[in-house]
Design a protein around this ligand. Structure first.
Ligand SMILES: [Zn+2]
Length: 409
């Protein structure tokens, strides 16, 4: 659905920053048969609201289409992420005082990775996850309800459980298509006194400054600065009392909000707001430069890849995170350039094909056997640990890191 009003403040003053073309959905990989049929694709434009400063997509794909039952992403497959996700619980336990046996609810809890951290600290835990990955969580001992989070789900939970001392919504907070009813549901479940609602989302400052255009895909409807987040929370009677930058997904912002009017915000909140202003994030020129640099970075990458192909050498992609689909599709990197994408043996994406560019995803065994001359690191935001790991496992070739500006290592 094309939108012409801001997703948070409903202003019509939304202007385009960059168009990344039209792509398929990044977590709907194709079977071989499907690559032969006509594909669905959706426009991918980044726009900015000149009223509340929210960066957002101007086309919304229904959440039910994006987060289909067989959604293939498991948090626990990204090793550095496991540690980061469990860091959320450690931070909150240190930062706030909770009553005995507090309840922590994670929305979009995936395989329960984040909640495991809370469980270790003796919280009662409950996951809410609409896809079949909830079954994996339940099997591993993290109680998870398989539902989309909504007002009716919140009512269902509040009948059976107590109010939550912590509600977390990490990457999902950028995904939710019906943001206002989502916030209403949070209010139903959150303990009015000690309850903390915690979101972690890609931070727009990191996305723009590090040219992370590949993190722009249909699952991410919004890219938050703290300014529009303050606006959003206030609109729903919540107050942001803490905000910090964290390294997750190549740079994120964690905010803590509460219904309790007696808690005052710490100075981080104002500091980040000042930083955004100082760095020019409320001005159009900032985004003009971003859009120019993205095009430059894309051309540089294509030059490097084409040169390697001319020399008759092989390139294999490493890792197939959601963001790789935008990079491959926007740069039109297809099978003429990359032989295949290597993923861990436990990946749910094996033997499927990327949308648009039709690159097969294969078990990384193939990669270590074939020893291609170049490995294109598609999960470049975890590049260091991935490259180290590949070397340890016996890879002898070179690495191409595609962003912010492409380089060979
Ligand atoms: Zn707005």
């Amino acid at each position: 659905m094309k939108i012409n009003r801001c997703q948070i403040c409903s202003s019509k003053k939304i202007k385009k920053i960059i168009s990344l073309g039209a792509t398929g959905l990044c977590d709907t990989l194709l079977t071989y048969e499907e690559t032969k049929r006509k594909e669905k694709s959706y426009p991918l434009n980044l726009v900015r609201c000149h009223n509340c400063q929210l960066l957002q997509l101007d086309f919304i794909v229904d959440n039910k289409e994006l987060f289909h039952l067989d959604y293939p992403y498991k948090s626990s497959i990204t090793k550095p992420l496991v540690k980061l996700l469990q860091g959320t619980s450690v931070y909150l336990k240190k930062r706030f005082k909770f009553s005995k046996k507090p309840l922590a609810i994670d929305i979009g809890s995936n395989d329960g990775t984040l909640l495991k951290g809370f469980k270790q600290m003796k919280f009662q835990t409950l996951g809410v996850e609409p896809t079949n990955i909830s079954k994996i969580a339940n099997k591993s001992g993290i109680k998870t309800i398989q539902k989309f989070f909504s007002v009716s789900t919140a009512k269902y939970i509040s009948k059976r459980y107590k109010k939550a001392s912590v509600i977390t919504g990490t990457n999902l907070f950028a995904h939710v298509d019906k943001l206002n009813s989502f916030m209403k549901a949070i209010k139903i479940l959150l303990d009015p006194k000690e309850g903390v609602f915690v979101t972690e989302s890609h931070y727009a400052v990191d996305i723009i400054e590090d040219l992370q255009y590949d993190s722009i895909y249909h699952e991410h409807l919004r890219f938050y600065l703290i300014k529009p987040l303050i606006y959003l929370m206030e609109k729903h009677g919540l107050k942001i009392i803490d905000a910090i930058r964290i390294p997750n997904y190549g740079g994120s912002i964690r905010i803590c909000a509460t219904l309790n009017k007696n808690i005052s915000p710490n100075r981080n909140v104002k500091q980040l707001l000042d930083l955004e202003k100082k760095k020019g994030f409320f001005k159009t020129s900032k985004y003009k430069k971003f859009s120019k640099d993205v095009i430059k970075s894309k051309n540089n990458l294509l030059n490097i890849l084409r040169k390697i192909k001319k020399e008759g050498k092989n390139i294999v992609g490493i890792g197939c995170p959601g963001r790789s689909i935008t990079l491959l599709s926007y740069c039109n990197i297809n099978r003429d350039i990359i032989d295949y994408i290597a993923e861990q043996s436990s990946s749910l994406k094996l033997n499927l094909f990327t949308p648009n560019t039709h690159i097969p995803v294969l078990d990384e065994e193939n990669f270590f056997e074939n020893q291609p001359e170049y490995a294109l690191i598609l999960s470049w935001h975890y590049g260091k640990s991935i490259m180290k790991n590949l070397k340890v496992k016996g890879y002898k070739g070179k690495f191409i890191v595609p962003l912010p500006f492409p380089k060979i290592i």
